[in-house]
Design a protein around this ligand. Structure first.
Ligand code: HEC
Length: 146
C-alpha cells in the first residue's frame, strides 16, 4: 500500500510520516482497548468459575445439567407435543397448559398414565417410563419457554 502511494506520487514523505504515525497510534489504542476488554472478560470468567466451584454441591451440578425430563420428552412426547398434533397442548405454551395445570400434578400424571382417548396414548407411548420419568417429562413440557 505504501509502495502504491509512493509510485503514484500522491503521498509526500512528510504526509506519509504523519499518516503512519496516526495509523500506529490508532492501532496501539485499539489494541490497548482490546487488551483491557479481554482482561475484564477474563476476570468475569474467573469469577463465574470460582463462584461455580464454591457452591458446587450435587444439587447445583444437576441444576446446571439439562432438565431431567428433557430426554424423555424429546424421545416420546416431542412428536405430538412440540407442534400440538391432534390437539395436544404444545410444550412450553403457558396459555395452553394453564387449564390443565389447574387440575394439579397428580391429575396430570394420572391422565398421562391412562392416556386420553383418542389423541393421548397411555404413558405417552413410553411404556417403560417410570412414573417419575413421566412426571419429569410433564414438568419439562409445562414449563413456559422464554
Ligand atoms: C401420539 C401423540 C402424543 C404423544 C406421543 C404424547 N402425547 Fe400427551 N397428549 C396428546 C394429546 C392429543 C393430548 C390432549 C388430549 C385431550 O385433552 O384430549 C395430550 C395431553 C397430554 C397431557 C394433558 C393431560 C390432561 O390431563 O390434561 C399431558 C400431561 C401429556 N399429554 C403428557 C404427555 C407426555 C409426558 C408424553 C410423553 C411421555 C406425551 N404426552 C406424549 C398427544 C400425545
Amino acid at each position: 500500500m505504501v509502495k502504491a502511494f509512493a509510485r503514484s506520487g500522491y503521498a509526500q514523505p512528510a504526509v506519509m510520516g504523519t499518516r503512519l504515525e496516526r495509523l500506529s497510534s490508532f492501532l496501539s489504542k485499539t489494541l490497548r482497548a482490546w487488551a483491557q476488554r479481554w482482561r475484564g472478560l477474563g476476570a468475569a470468567v474467573l469469577l463465574v468459575a470460582v463462584a461455580g466451584c464454591g457452591s458446587s454441591t450435587e444439587e447445583s451440578a444437576s441444576n446446571a445439567a439439562a432438565h431431567p425430563g428433557e430426554t424423555t420428552y424429546t424421545r416420546y412426547c416431542f412428536s405430538c407435543h412440540a407442534a400440538g398434533i391432534a390437539g395436544a397442548p404444545r410444550a412450553g405454551d403457558a396459555e395452553q397448559w394453564a387449564p390443565r395445570l389447574a387440575k394439579g400434578p397428580e391429575a396430570l400424571l394420572a391422565s398421562t398414565i391412562a392416556g386420553i382417548a383418542p389423541g393421548m396414548p397411555a404413558r405417552g407411548l413410553c411404556n417403560q417410563c417410570s412414573d417419575e420419568e413421566l412426571t419429569n417429562a410433564i414438568d419439562y413440557m409445562t414449563k413456559p419457554r422464554e
